[in-house]
Design a protein around this ligand. Structure first.
Ligand SMILES: [Zn+2]
Length: 364
């Protein structure tokens, strides 16, 4: 996928590039080099596939892309390397010249050193559990104790993915879902939250090494801010309330909250539409209520909301299912319970006694 990149005036003054252009007429090394910057991912890496690259870079000019790329390689402008049988390329001066937006996804291409980008190793359940246990099931940001409500716990990347944060224990902390969605794609400092003591690990793109916070000062842009971070680190757990609690300031994200509670994205979106159409804001209290009702009814929140969406309901009560039980029309499977609920709400079984028996029964 091609991206918008910036080209510095230096590019047009680059002596070696112009010499290359003069020495190789019709091979367009300057334009191809610029084209590679647009193709490269946030680490300046790309798959070394000349034929495919040709489709994106100067497709209407007749020249051999493979040859031109080799020219750039010989000049040291790009590095060709292999990893597990795949050939990749890296722009050698990338880090000196390019500042990448923080929302751009992390690189999926291994570094020339062969090291797999560590934040791509997903955690298994045991590893996740280990972090929760280490933190005593307590939210690092608001201090909420979730020992008895483990569903409320999730893992937060102290330094976010998008800023190079790793997916390892040293960059993960237990958080309640509320703080996690309030913090979003920010470091604790940027989000105005407490920095969890001793945590924060990221991949430094300049050296391609994994670093531990606060060695790096590029994340925050200066020594002054870094000092504040250090204070923040010292202040953790000492009641040093330098930063305001997030709950009061952060906007509540209902969608994120639903997803955090196991609702699929499609259902969350649909349900929010239903609520919006009925002008019913989806507050945390409302979500808590729905979660409790679905728990009482013994079905996952996702199922309950899916049913709400297909019925156009803005809410859901466990009692609706219990009434179904009383009519004896309810089996033990989830599908049975749901259809009993539907029958109850649509009035299909409102008069279970009124079977056709030849006797007229007054129905109000
Ligand atoms: Zn919290």
């Amino acid at each position: 996928m091609a991206r918008i990149r910036s080209i510095k005036p230096d590019f047009f003054r680059h002596e070696a590039l112009q010499d290359l252009e003069i020495a190789n007429p019709g091979m367009y090394p300057m334009m191809v080099f610029a084209g590679l910057w647009v193709i490269a991912d946030r680490e300046g890496r790309f798959e070394w596939r000349p034929r495919r690259i040709k489709l994106d870079v100067l497709p209407f000019l007749a020249f051999d892309m493979e040859q031109t790329m080799s020219l750039l390689e010989a000049e040291g402008l790009v590095q060709r390397y292999e990893h597990l049988g795949e050939t990749y390329g890296a722009i050698t001066s990338w880090d000196r010249h390019q500042i990448v937006g923080r929302d751009e996804p992390p690189s999926e291409i291994p570094a020339p050193s062969g090291e797999k980008t560590p934040y791509f190793r997903p955690l298994n359940q045991t590893q996740r559990f280990k972090v929760y246990e280490r933190d005593g099931w307590t939210c690092a940001y608001c201090g909420r104790d979730m020992k008895n409500d483990r569903r409320a716990a999730c893992l937060d990347h102290v330094i976010p993915y998008a800023q190079g944060g790793t997916n390892r224990e040293l960059n993960l902390v237990t958080s309640c879902k509320r703080c996690n969605s309030a913090k979003a794609n920010k470091t604790p400092l940027e989000a105005g939250m407490k920095w969890p003591a001793g945590l924060g690990e990221y991949l430094d793109r300049n050296t391609n090494t994994v670093c531990h916070h606060p060695v790096n000062n590029t994340l925050t842009g200066g020594a002054e801010v870094l000092d504040k971070e250090r204070e923040g680190v010292k202040g953790i757990g000492k009641g040093n309330g330098v930063n305001p609690p997030p709950e009061k300031t952060a906007a509540f994200n209902a969608r994120a909250e639903l997803i955090a509670r196991g609702v699929s994205e499609t259902v969350a979106d649909d349900f929010l539409k239903v609520r919006k159409a009925k002008r019913a804001a989806l507050t945390l209290t409302a979500i808590d209520g729905l979660d409790a009702e679905s728990g009482r009814a013994g079905i996952p929140l996702d199922d309950a909301l899916r049913e709400c969406c297909s019925r156009g309901w803005q809410g859901f009560k466990a009692d609706w299912i219990k009434k179904g039980d009383g009519n004896g029309k309810n089996g033990s499977s989830r599908a049975d319970r749901i259809s009993a609920t539907i029958a109850e709400l649509t009035g299909a079984n409102r008069h279970p006694a009124a079977a056709i028996d030849g006797v007229a029964t007054r129905v109000d």
